[in-house]
Design a binder for this molecule. Sequence first.
Ligand code: MG
Length: 216
Amino acid sequence: MKLDEKLINTVKGFLDRQEGKALYEIALEASRRGPCLEIGSYCGKSTIYLGSACRKNNSVLFSIDHHRGSEEQQPGEEYFDPELYDRKTRRVDTFKEFRNTIEKAGLEDTVVPMVCRSELAARLWSTSLSLVFIDGGHSYAAAYTDYNAWAGHIMPNGYLLIHDIFKDLEKGGQAPYHVYKLAVASGLFKEVSMINTLGVLRRMPSGAIPETLPQK
Ligand code: MG
């Protein structure tokens, strides 16, 4: 099955088409070797790209989001969307939208939604991942937590993808970029490419891991 561009255009999200296509292509290669995982699924736009690739290889995409919106998506903040606000519970709720997207995209047998914070999902995690996509909260604390919780689960030659990399301070928040630099400085990952604001890193093969790792 090809990517459903029509559906993708109806899904709310902050991922552009080129970035999405890159997610798809990389996941197509990676998911042959193991499951993929994303943090920050929101309404499911990136989930369609990653999940469609996983489906082709009969693999699985774990998709983590507490679905309460990140800091910048709360009422009164810059990225608040009233359509995603549940008046009854007085909370942002993106899970309904997400579920709807997964169903329409035919990904219910591929995507495992994990409705919780990423560090809870990671607490007893022990499965090696072929790809981790970090697109969760954009505060330093949230971005570091996501990186620290998941980077160690990426298999040798697996991918670490980070969204919203702005090398120019004027263009956007710096937390994802700092995490990107931290990953490179660790010696565990090498830079592969940058597609708009999508940073692509690849885990070194096991033999290349330096004996002494820099402190986190
Ligand atoms: Mg993003």
